[in-house]
Write a protein that binds this ligand. Structure first.
Ligand SMILES: NC(=O)c1ccc[n+]([C@@H]2O[C@H](COP(=O)([O-])OP(=O)(O)OC[C@H]3O[C@@H](n4cnc5c(N)ncnc54)[C@H](O)[C@@H]3O)[C@@H](O)[C@H]2O)c1
Ligand SMILES: O=C(O)[C@H](O)[C@H](O)COP(=O)(O)O
Length: 370
């Protein structure tokens, strides 16, 4: 069988070769001619899988190493008899840790405790649930908005978008990008939404850029309806809005889900999908693992007596590092994504010299601690 894989999917090379001919292409090289005799495609969010690419090909399966699948024309796939699969949850913990690290960095910068703040989570699926876990452990109050889940599960656990707008100190969005249907999310955060904000919240978009309306967001920030902005996902990536970059306190090149753990999960899921679909046992799948961090120990005694947990979080992943790089060279948006030094998630670290109280929090955040 023949697989065509994006050559920037990490930890993939050598794993499928024992059972398939594998051709690695960069995103720009994916074209009709190249994919026409492939049985399966392994893709990323930057690889548009639509009629133009697929018509006339013998592709049977598209598997994307991502949670989002707005780059796959699912209607066309249904029409053409092409099965597609994503990797649900693969990098959910990574995104949640990105959100926590970002708000921790802002809280240190502003000298404002997160404890007691209310975070409004819009979209409470794989990512939103992980954000909720971390923020609850951190002593924050959580408001959850998810109309599709509310409709299926009842109202008790959920609030309206208006309630989020009125009551949240921090708003973070974790919905898929959808352009049609009752729950369409394109420009969900628009002028009407921003006009309802009451508490000058911090606003975070680490799902898809088109879920906010850039002009409305800029206006809301300039009118101080939003006090701080964290942007990982942008409209029109990689050609990002430079004014929004200026306004954001943390601006990153769509890397919230880029932990090494999340990337390995995404790759492994793609291989599992191929295995199931074509009835193949993939002997080397166990080799798809993230590398250990250079130093697995975080010693709290290194840090000043205040904010030791916050410093431990930022020692494992600090969004301000990639923020600085992006500001210096916003044209290199995609380059930063391809050449990213994937951090490990909290679970790869053991934090030492914690007090019993600190240890309790560290364990609930997902660190090891002794
Ligand atoms: N920045 C990154 O690196 C990164 C990483 C992972 C995921 N993402 C994005 O985040 C999105 C969410 O990921 P997930 O794993 O939580 O997906 P998911 O499908 O598990 O959850 C999405 C949730 O959003 C809810 N939802 C749908 N429409 C809604 C609406 N109009 N209002 C409120 N809620 C709505 C759904 O009911 C669901 O519970 C992905 O689709 C992807 O686009 C980005
Ligand atoms: O949808 C997802 O999983 C994320 O947005 C993910 O970070 C996209 O990663 P990419 O395919 O662009 O490497």
């Amino acid at each position: 069988m023949k697989i065509i894989a994006d050559n920037t999917v990490p930890y993939l090379k050598g794993i499928a070769e024992p059972f398939a001919e594998v051709l690695y292409l960069n995103s720009k090289e994916f074209n009709t001619e190249k994919v026409k005799d492939a049985d399966a495609l392994i893709v990323r969010s930057i690889d548009k899988c639509n009629r133009k690419l697929l018509e006339g090909s013998k592709v049977k399966l598209i598997t994307t190493a991502t949670i989002g699948f707005d780059h796959i024309d699912t209607k066309y796939c249904a029409e053409a008899g092409i099965t597609w699969k994503n990797a649900p949850g693969c990098n959910a913990i990574s995104v949640a840790q990105y959100v926590l690290a970002s708000i921790v960095a802002i809280s240190l910068h502003k000298n404002e405790s997160l404890n007691g703040k209310t975070i409004g989570i819009i979209g409470v699926g794989h990512v939103g649930k992980e954000v909720e876990k971390l923020c609850t452990a951190y002593g924050m109050k959580v408001l959850r908005n998810d109309p599709p889940r509310e409709e299926a599960e009842g109202r008790a656990e959920f609030v309206s978008l208006d309630t989020i707008a009125q009551k949240a100190d921090i708003i973070t969005i974790h919905v898929p990008l959808t352009k049609e249907g009752r729950f369409a999310t394109r420009h969900l955060a628009d002028e009407e939404f921003f006009n309802k904000l009451k508490r000058n919240p911090w606003f975070i978009n680490s799902c898809r850029g088109a879920v906010h309306d850039t002009q409305a967001l800029l206006q809301a920030k300039r009118e101080n309806k939003i006090s701080e902005l964290v942007i990982d996902c942008w409209e029109n990536e990689p050609d990002i809005d430079r004014e929004l970059l200026e306004e954001a306190i943390i601006a990153t090149p769509h890397i919230a889900g880029f932990s090494a753990d999340g990337k390995a999960n995404g790759t492994r899921t793609c291989l599992e999908n191929i295995g199931k679909f074509f009835h193949i046992t993939i002997e080397k799948i166990g080799e798809v693992t993230p590398p250990a961090p250079q130093n697995t120990i975080i010693d709290l005694n290194r840090f000043s007596t205040q904010s030791r947990i916050e410093q431990a979080i930022l020692a494992s992943f600090n969004p301000t590092v990639v923020d600085k790089a992006l500001r210096e060279a916003p044209d290199k948006f995609e380059w930063f994504r391809t050449n990213y030094n994937h951090p490990r998630e909290f679970r790869a670290y053991t934090v030492i010299n914690a007090t019993p109280e600190e240890r309790h929090l560290l364990l609930s955040l997902g660190f090891n601690s002794k």
